[in-house]
Design a protein around this ligand. Sequence first.
Ligand SMILES: *Cc1c(COP(=O)(O)O)cnc(C)c1O
Length: 434
Amino acid sequence: MSPSFAASPFDAWLADDPEVARLLGEEADRQSTTLQLIASENFTSPAVLAASGSVLTNKYAEGYPGRRYYGGNSVIDEVEDLARTRATDLFGADHANVQPHAGANANLAVYQALLEPGDTILAMRLDHGGHLTHGSPASITSKVWRFVSYGVSPATDDPDKPGEIIDFDQVADIARRERPKLIVAGSTAYARIIDPLPFREIADSVGARFLFDAAHPAGLIAGGAHPSPVGVADVVTFTTHKTLRGPRGGAIVCNADMAKAVDSAVFPGLQGGPLEHVVAAKAVAFAEAARPEFRQYAADVVANAGALAGALAGAGFRLVSGGTENHQVLVDLRSFDEELTGKVAQETLDRAGITCNRNTIPDDPRSPFVTSGLRLGSAAQTTAGMGQSEMRLIGELIGTTLRHRDDERVQTDVREQVRELCAGFPPYPSLAGT
Ligand SMILES: *Cc1c(COP(=O)(O)O)cnc(C)c1O
């Protein structure tokens, strides 16, 4: 099967390695013929692909611009300075560190910059949407620091006050009792706006520092669709590959007084040589996110998630927190089919060409490996150009597939409809047919 899309702008150069070339081609094909609804994924621009596939991967550049441990870094210094300036301009911050290899590294660096081992951190419960780096027993974070956690309020039957939103009374109570040195806001599975102001007030009332982990909403913040935590939180970490639509990586922005501690925590505290090809790609993405079109994109992402949520509710799914205000939709499958687990739903949808992930829902009775929920996201397909009518169709297709989950013919039929739908919205039109 010859792929309909090139896997990179430099596709032809891979002719020397047909095995890898074949796999990249197959993945490009998968990405362009199935629906990408994983909330933490997106389609970068070809410019981001080009920068991250560049000769900058050849260069060692331990240190920071103007203070490197190796020679030959005059160009690299300009690249990293450009990325830092574009990041601080985009977010209105004093200082940026663009070296973290991933969002997890950015968080680890901030903990290391602000805390001593054994200090207490107050973050979101993992089974209510917190991230592994917010103190999972499986993560190094829980072995070095002491975590206490807050969660969301209970679900209600009142459609006007559905619950399952961050419970700030609980955050304040736990903060008073546990006296954390750091409070973390941010989540990996939460469909609501996270207001940084109440966190700031609570942190101030107990003398804690405040980290806003914007891994997911960074693009919505840059695009003006969500309130900015920059200047409210002491430090903001984010990934560059989720709603921000850049290369896979992490970044940190902070006030000037925190700059030195953050920089030394990233290097030499946590990492060795930076990935300057990825730093260049981050610079490209920051500039793209500063354009007026990106504001429209952020608004469209939220509107599209709303349309998807509406269609899923119409198909009989209960939505965690009753809806969405960001790019995510969290589905409680129990309302639709008591027997249907997140694991089976994910696998069934995969066969129908609909890519998403199972997710725990608040107070999930099933294990994190099985779960009772699904997490969907609108960021990637919005980049590919889909709008609210496509999102409504996708919601219906999900309902149909899961209603007839044992019927392979339904999966085959939906797979065909998905293929046709995707053909109208190629993620890389400029690389088509190469
Ligand atoms: C995705 C995510 C991270 C980590 O990002 P990686 O790049 O996968 O390491 C950190 N925090 C939150 C809340 C996230 O959703």
